[in-house]
Design a protein around this ligand. Structure first.
Ligand code: NDP
Length: 387
């Protein structure tokens, strides 16, 4: 029987909701491109309920306990003596969400002698030291595509929020004011702007598709080029590298995984090559940009706005400079954890666990590391320190 250690974010400050704003979720059975949404043999939760918090337990408890497994759920993941560190030593499986990542460092993996499977209930397994997982035979899996569209919607919202200066304008209303000039002196139309994405995978391409009707000029860079038909349909300009693309763009959105190739990509030098007054939106991973370079660029006017939902570390400390830098549209890490997304990644986590316990293959598209090597989606989108 296995011990499953699940690290989830805290419950709402007023406790787990007893009612919800809406009664149901749209039924979505496949993603763009045809991949099916998760297909577990069963679920024990109501889609649309809060599942990603400690009391939500990703809807896993009765499934696991009825099969004799032990489920430990905690939000306490940092610092000496955390519940996570304490329980990790004999855990067989660790589950965590990128929004509240249980950082599975090489040191922690070394202490987790029984660890066989690390599941990301979401997308993006950079909180797991993949090299250590590879050398310790730990399988890493994530619920590919579960929240890609959720994030794409957040990107579009943030682009519009920044370009149109929505957040300060809303604040004027909250403050009882009405000074139109204060609101509009930083407000522009998106129409006609050049918008580029760093990576055109599931999220990047969904962002391009959603922005195309705004009559913008679309650009992208990626390690693999999109099919010619897609480039033509969306009138895309492809660039060999991020450095080649960003000087042409008014808006840049980052949609690449964090791995050695992308870490620290947006530093002072690269940001310095962007158009003065460009907007940078990062919902991928914080470490793809240099934290202080972004702060400097906003204060100095090189960037007109920065937005997104990814920070390092998470949760971000109270004195993190991004909380107080000017012209930002930051949220906590929420874009991929809408109630809609939670229903999909809870079901996908269950599907992965069902496969694991049955000894049947985990869907190839969910795999990041297996059998001591990058595998499935991991082999396509990630790199190790060796390349
Ligand atoms: P995909 O794997 O579908 O797409 C990632 C794309 O990035 C691939 O097309 C890949 O290229 C490309 N890529 C990798 N390295 C580079 C590079 N150095 N330069 C340019 N392109 C590169 O993933 P998703 O679109 O679903 O997700 C992307 C990332 O977004 C995740 O890894 C995660 O970090 C983040 N994310 C954030 C969420 C949030 O809540 N904020 C939720 C979900 C994801 P190719 O495959 O062609 O090699």
């Amino acid at each position: 029987m296995a011990k499953i250690l699940c690290v989830l974010y805290d419950d709402p400050t007023d406790g787990q909701p007893t009612t919800y704003a809406r009664d149901d979720l749209p039924v979505i059975d496949h993603y763009p491109g045809g991949q099916t949404t998760p297909t577990p043999q069963g679920t024990d939760f109501t889609p649309g309920h809060l599942l990603g918090s400690v009391s939500g337990e990703l809807g896993l408890r009765s499934f696991l306990e009825s099969r004799g497994h032990t489920l430990v759920v905690t939000s306490d993941k940092e610092g000496a003596g955390s519940v996570f560190d304490r329980e990790l030593v004999d855990a067989d499986i660790v589950i965590s969400q990128p929004f509240w990542p249980a950082y599975l460092t090489a040191e922690r993996i070394a202490t987790a002698k029984n660890l066989k499977l690390a599941v990301t209930a979401g997308i993006g397994s950079d909180h797991v030291d993949l090299d250590a997982a590879i050398s310790n035979g730990v399988t890493v899996a994530e619920v590919t595509y579960c929240n890609s569209i959720s994030v794409a919607e957040h990107v579009v919202m943030t682009v519009l929020g920044l370009v149109r200066n929505f957040i300060p304008s809303h604040q004027i209303v909250l403050d009882g004011g009405w000074n139109i000039a204060d609101a509009v002196s930083r407000s522009y139309d998106l129409e006609g702007m050049h918008v580029g994405t760093v990576a055109a995978g599931r999220i990047g391409l969904a962002v391009l598709r959603r922005l195309a009707p705004f009559d913008v000029q679309l650009h992208y860079t990626d390690r693999h080029r999109l099919p010619e038909a897609v480039e033509q349909e969306l009138n895309l300009t492809w660039h060999e590298s991020t450095a080649d693309m960003v000087p042409h763009c008014d808006v840049v959105t980052i949609n690449a995984p964090l791995h050695p190739e992308t870490e620290g990509l947006f530093d002072d030098k690269l940001i310095g090559t962007m158009k003065r007054g460009a907007y940078l939106i990062n919902t991928a991973r914080a470490k793809i940009v240099d934290r202080d370079a972004v702060d400097r660029a906003l204060r100095g006017g090189q960037l007109a706005g920065y937005g997104g939902d990814v920070w390092y570390p998470q949760p971000a400390p109270a004195d993190h400079p991004w909380r107080t830098m000017p012209h930002h549209a930051m949220t906590p890490h929420i874009s991929g954890s809408s109630l809609s997304a939670q229903a999909r990644y809870a079901a996908g986590t269950r599907e992965i666990l069902e496969s694991y316990f049955a000894g049947t293959p985990i869907r190839d598209e969910y795999l990041i590391v297996e059998g001591g090597a990058l595998a499935g989606t991991g082999a396509h989108s990630y790199s190790t320190k060796e390349g």
